[in-house]
Design a protein around this ligand. Structure first.
Ligand SMILES: NC(=O)c1ccc[n+]([C@@H]2O[C@H](COP(=O)([O-])OP(=O)(O)OC[C@H]3O[C@@H](n4cnc5c(N)ncnc54)[C@H](OP(=O)(O)O)[C@@H]3O)[C@@H](O)[C@H]2O)c1
Length: 265
């Protein structure tokens, strides 16, 4: 079992302008993996690309894209091919949540979230898998959430989208067993990134107490991917919570998740 990725391999990291995406970029650069960084905001990615190239002697390309659009995903892959690169490692990380009562949320925002969190992740997997199968080697990390493990009032569509990511990724892991292609689902709990700011939620007491740093979470995801693990939940408390959920009736799961997400002021 490899302990690290091979220097010179290429990784495509989505959501590379912030949060986990930037940590995935640094951690892979430390293993001398070449990078393709994508997200919509270019400034941070350009600055990171410059310093990672200087520090690690790797190649880094920044290809901005709004991944919620199907044509943008096709264009991204044409651009990667034009660079003479191939995707050996796909970090399917770009995503966001929308917090608030579903009935009061604008459809356009939910639509964009579902396009990104579900459709883009599935489309990108579909675009890289034929090449990975042909080479009998490849790695895909699907970033889900602990929210995937139970219905979550306040994040109804987001937690359901992440349940899709979890189940799809775990099934792919099994489908691809023995092919040399590894698929792992990383399900973080609340982590210090721009996530809550984007979702529009004030951190609750539970979230403040459980908040993890993003670099160790990203590292754990990459280690699990190298090992070909089906799924990984970072942090002891998150793991305990996921295990306890298995023993809890479904109606209670949703009630508890709703209480934990409720802001008290
Ligand atoms: N932090 C947490 O508590 C937490 C917990 C569980 C799961 N997650 C998951 O972790 C993943 C990474 O999120 P994060 O926590 O690192 O949050 P973040 O700091 O907000 O990063 C999200 C990334 O997604 C990119 N993105 C958003 N919309 C996009 C679009 N339309 N096209 C392309 N890229 C887009 C953003 O870049 P641009 O805005 O520049 O496009 C940004 O780079 C997400 O899938 C999230 O659901 C996070």
């Amino acid at each position: 079992m490899p302990q690290s990725f091979r220097p010179g391999q290429w990784a495509l990291i989505t959501g590379a302008s912030s949060g986990f995406g930037r940590d995935f970029a640094t951690l892979l650069a430390e293993q001398r993996v070449n990078l393709i960084l994508t997200a919509r905001r270019t400034e941070v990615m350009e600055a990171d690309a410059k310093s990672l190239m200087q520090e690690h002697g790797i190649q880094v390309h920044v290809l901005p894209a709004d991944l919620s659009r199907s044509e943008a995903r096709e264009d991204l892959f044409r651009a990667i091919t034009a660079l003479g690169a191939q995707v050996d490692i796909l970090i399917n990380n770009a995503g966001f949540g929308v917090f608030g009562p579903y009935a009061e949320t604008e459809w356009s925002r939910l639509d964009q979230m579902l396009q990104l969190d579900i459709v883009a992740l599935s489309h990108l997997s579909s675009l890289v898998l034929p090449g990975m199968r042909a080479r009998s080697e490849g790695y895909i990390l699907q970033v889900a959430s602990v929210g995937a493990y139970q219905a979550t009032p306040g994040y109804a569509a987001y937690s359901a989208a992440k349940a899709y990511v979890l189940l799809m990724g775990e099934a792919l892991n099994r489908e691809l067993k023995g092919t040399g292609v590894r698929v792992t689902v990383l399900s973080p709990g609340v982590t210090a990134t721009e996530f809550l700011q984007v979702s529009g939620q004030q951190p609750t007491l539970y979230q403040k107490l459980f908040m993890m740093k993003s670099r160790p979470v990203a590292r754990l995801g990459l280690q699990a991917l190298l090992r070909g693990k089906m799924s990984v939940v970072p942090g002891i408390l998150n793991n305990v919570m996921v295990q306890l959920l298995r023993l809890t009736p479904r109606f209670l799961q949703a009630n508890i998740a709703g209480l934990l997400m409720r802001n008290r002021s």
